[in-house]
Design a protein around this ligand. Structure first.
Ligand SMILES: C[S@@+](CC[C@H](N)C(=O)[O-])C[C@H]1O[C@@H](n2cnc3c(N)ncnc32)[C@H](O)[C@@H]1O
Ligand SMILES: [Zn+2]
Length: 383
């Protein structure tokens, strides 16, 4: 019925293939490894007085909840590998029983408690320092309660990348935003989700400060600080905006608009005259804090982690990634121009030598970010 896997320094019972009612996805070990480093980095940056009352002797009294826990792997790892007090919840009775076994197996009974509740009920009844939502598909049904409950940090996964990317309908219905299915759809998904969390937090006079936001394989993951105050929330709303995209020539640009009633939209592409399409509202400000990412990188380096190399690559690329809310796929532009693609690093060097900013992006190994406009990029590629 069950077998054991090791993630980090934690041993977890997972169902064998025949037990389908309890979910475990080995592909998400990467995400959990980054979480462990991210939570450790966040906790170590807090002033000692914020670690909570009571004991701070290597063991924090900050509270973390995995509201949708399945086997409990995330929460048990946070208790064991970071030392926080954790609540591990799942509404499935079978999952709850495995969570209890996993808590005992790792000897974290003093710090970890399992619940068998509806996540929304638990989140509305209690406040936690760190709130983690890792659902099947969209986090939207749990976002409002999570935004009320989280005192310091939100960790959110979305795996419904089709509506977030604009590949299916549903973006408007679920996220109150219009995504476009562009070559940078992974970034669009990340920013549409951030935009939704921004608006949900702002209702409660809270603001979001993204610390590390990334997308890999089938999922988007956000690690974001929660800040309090109506003024901060007002400022945060100004970080929402739109992306204009021309599917004819590849021209794209972002513009801020905190008041949707005042939205002024260009109808035609300034480069080729074709129709401009608009994506948003979405978060157009920076989606990471460099200092935080550097601390996460250090934490990853010193820990025992199964996906260390891949995790470090994502975080390192994020550290150096330009704060521009879209990217360009090198091969797609070269194909349209009918020129053979050079290496990404030589293109980045060429853009920089022409006076532009340019970087890689963690969203795609074959893409780049730059403040050069599409005509300028094309003329460099053709040179
Ligand atoms: C994707 S799994 C969680 C995976 C887990 N966080 C991990 O890292 O392996 C989602 C879980 O949410 C649970 N769930 C779904 N709706 C829920 C609700 N309203 N309240 C509590 N748990 C819920 C499901 O039973 C399922 O176990
Ligand atoms: Zn155009």
């Amino acid at each position: 019925m069950f077998s054991e896997v090791k993630e980090g320094t934690t041993r977890i019972l997972i169902p064998t293939q025949t037990t389908k009612s309890i979910f475990y996805n080995p592909q998400m070990e990467l995400c959990r490894d980054i979480d462990i480093a991210g939570i450790a980095a966040f906790v170590s940056s807090l002033p000692a007085s914020w670690q909570g009352q009571g004991q701070w002797q290597g063991k924090s009294s900050l509270t973390y909840i995995d509201a949708l826990a399945a086997t409990g792997v995330r929460g048990v790892r946070v208790a064991k590998e970071v030392g926080l007090r954790v609540v591990i919840n799942d509404r499935s009775r079978a999952a709850y029983e495995v969570i209890n076994r996993n808590i005992k197996r790792n000897a974290v009974e003093e710090r970890a408690k399992a619940y068998n509740e509806n996540a929304n009920v638990l989140l509305l009844q209690n406040k936690y320092d760190l709130v983690d939502l890792d659902p099947f598909g969209t986090p939207v049904p749990f976002l409002d309660a999570a935004c009320k409950s989280a005192k310091k940090l939100l960790l959110i996964t979305a795996t419904d990348t089709a509506p977030l990317c604009g590949a299916h309908s549903g973006g408007l219905r679920k996220y109150d935003a219009n995504p476009l299915n562009t070559e940078y759809h992974k970034e669009m998904a990340t920013r549409i989700l951030l935009g939704k969390v921004t608006r949900d937090l702002c209702k409660y006079d809270r603001a979001i400060r993204p610390l590390l936001s990334y997308s890999k394989a089938h999922f988007v993951r956000l690690i974001a600080q929660v800040e309090k105050g109506a003024k901060k929330a007002d400022e945060c709303m100004k970080r929402l905006g739109f992306i204009a995209h021309c599917f004819s020539c590849g021209n794209r640009f972002a513009f801020a608009c905190s008041n949707l009633m005042e939205l002024k939209v260009e109808k035609k592409c300034g480069v080729c005259g074709a129709k401009i399409r608009i994506a948003g509202p979405l978060y157009i400000n920076t989606i990471k804090q460099k200092g935080f990412c550097e601390r996460v990188h250090n934490e990853l380096e010193k820990r025992t982690l199964g996906k260390k190399k891949e995790a470090m690559k994502i975080v390192e690329t994020s550290i150096n990634e330009l704060d521009i809310p879209f990217f360009y796929e090198h091969h797609a532009i070269c194909k349209a121009l009918k020129v053979p693609p050079s290496s990404i690093s030589s293109l980045i060097n060429a853009l920089q030598s022409s006076g532009f900013s340019a970087s890689r992006t963690h969203f795609s190994d074959t893409a780049f970010k730059t403040n050069a406009r599409i005509e300028e990029i094309k003329s460099i590629l053709k040179a």
